[in-house]
Design a protein around this ligand. Structure first.
Ligand SMILES: Cc1cc2nc3c(=O)[nH]c(=O)nc-3n(C[C@H](O)[C@H](O)[C@H](O)COP(=O)(O)OP(=O)(O)OC[C@H]3O[C@@H](n4cnc5c(N)ncnc54)[C@H](O)[C@@H]3O)c2cc1C
Length: 409
């Protein structure tokens, strides 16, 4: 046991997991510095994030009460069904299975959020502790602490370094250099866009498509994924009412859509996109769903061109057990997985919650610092790695295997 004292924790990465660690540590009386590589914290990273009780309860733990209330108010209306659903191309149901994760039965069940809104809530009140445009390039560790080096030549020193810097983590590259990154795709999806959810569209879209994240598939293997963001309270009004010092960008209800392109269409790498590319891809998606339920072409045809972008998919092969030190990893840096079971962010937030708990125990003098980090890491491997394994067989594990059966038939 050691003398109680607040810790100073360095965090590489200001994504969901790094910010959640920062919020939780500050809430528990510690100090943090978050180094985020991007200068623009609003870089396009995706739209709708499916939440479950791993992520939601972690947010309850790390956020102040009002910021947690703001997360709940800005999350989508409660789903009718707590299930992952696969539809055929005329939107009849092929199969369903209960959502993965712990029971999600609270008064306000965790459903889904607009990613940027959640990131803005998680950034709230961190002030100068969150430094944008500050890429971490490496670190050195000694008996008394850890120092990081930044791309601009700056340095910082703290008790602990948390690598929350995503799939291509610079911290992991030094800590666990043997971990491979596998670039891949999930058949047919990877180009995302948004469709405003207007009253007219609500009339056209079948109810089965409106309830969470739904995948439809045809026998040729084309897929369409739809996630509906329809917040419990308008986002900016919720901020005004619940946490007036927090600025949230307004965002109206929308459908997040990802759809296969027609066979033969090449999706160019993002760096090679021209002004014509989004329109070309949208036309190709429309061709891919020609012959489906008429709502499919309506939805794709309404995708806003400036919302269309490509997300390169990938995962890491997670490391086997390692000896703990002052340098640890959370979220995608530790277990980046394919996004197809909607777990990555939820587990990243859960990591943050458990790391904060352990570091707080160490700060109180209830356990040694390295032992506390080791306890966090063991729990993280026990819980997150089995979900990572499930994502490797997406077609078998989404919606009870209907995807695999439909594509095989
Ligand atoms: C298309 C898609 C849909 C998804 N949908 C869901 C879903 O519905 N539900 C779900 O639970 N999960 C989902 N996920 C997974 C989820 O997005 C990730 O698991 C989650 O974002 C991981 O959070 P993170 O903070 O660990 O990493 P990230 O969100 O990747 O954040 C890492 C941060 O570190 C910064 N950074 C990188 N390198 C450095 C450096 N050297 N120095 C400083 N900063 C650095 C990056 O700029 C970034 O801000 C989805 C993923 C994708 C791709």
């Amino acid at each position: 046991m050691t003398d109680p004292r607040p810790l100073h924790v360095l965090i590489a990465g200001g994504g969901l997991s790094g910010l959640a660690v920062a919020q939780g540590l500050v809430k528990n009386g510690h100090t943090v510095e978050v180094f985020e590589r991007d200068r623009d914290l609003n870089r396009k990273q995706g739209y709708y994030l499916h939440m479950n009780a791993f992520g939601g309860e972690a947010l309850r733990s790390v956020l102040s009460d009002d910021l947690f209330a703001l997360y709940q108010a800005t999350s989508r209306t409660t789903y009718g069904r707590q299930e992952s659903i696969v539809l055929h191309d005329h939107f009849g149901e092929l199969s369903s299975q209960p959502h993965l994760g712990p029971p999600n039965t609270g008064e306000t069940p965790h459903t889904g959020v607009h990613r940027r809104t959640l990131r803005q809530i998680l950034s709230a009140r961190l002030g100068d502790a969150l430094r944008a445009g500050a890429a971490v390039t490496g670190y050195s560790e000694d008996r008394d602490g850890v120092s990081v080096t930044l791309a601009d030549g700056g340095t910082a020193r703290g008790d602990v370094l948390v690598g929350a810097d995503g799939i291509r983590s610079a911290v992991r590259a030094q800590r666990l250099p043997e971990v491979p990154i596998i670039a891949t795709g999930v058949r047919g999806i990877g180009v995302y866009g948004r469709v405003p959810l207007t009253p007219e569209l609500r009339e056209i879209v079948p109810a089965t498509l409106m309830d969470g994240v739904v995948i439809a598939v045809d026998r040729a293997g084309s897929r369409m994924l739809v996630g509906v963001f329809d917040p419990r309270q308008p986002v900016h009004e919720a901020a005004k009412a619940i946490a007036p010092d927090v600025t949230l960008d307004p965002v109206g209800p929308y459908l997040m859509v990802s759809c296969s392109v027609a066979p033969g269409t090449e999706v160019p790498p993002s760096a090679e996109w021209t002004g014509e590319t989004p329109g070309m891809l949208r036309d190709s998606m429309r061709r891919a769903v020609a012959g489906w339920h008429p709502a499919a072409a309506e939805i794709v045809g309404r995708m806003e061109l400036d919302s269309i972008f490509m997300i390169p998919f990938g995962f890491i092969v997670p490391a086997a057990t390692w000896a703990p030190s002052r340098v640890t990893l959370v979220g995608d840096a530790a277990h980046a997985m394919l996004p197809t079971i909607g777990m990555g962010a939820n587990l990243a937030l859960r990591d943050a919650e458990h790391l904060v708990e352990q570091l707080t125990r160490a700060g109180r003098g209830e356990s040694g610092l390295i032992a506390a980090i080791g306890a966090y890491e063991q729990d993280m491997r026990d819980v997150a790695y089995p979900f990572h394994a499930m994502t490797l067989d997406h077609d078998k594990n989404f919606g009870g295997g209907a995807l695999a059966r439909a594509s095989d038939a």
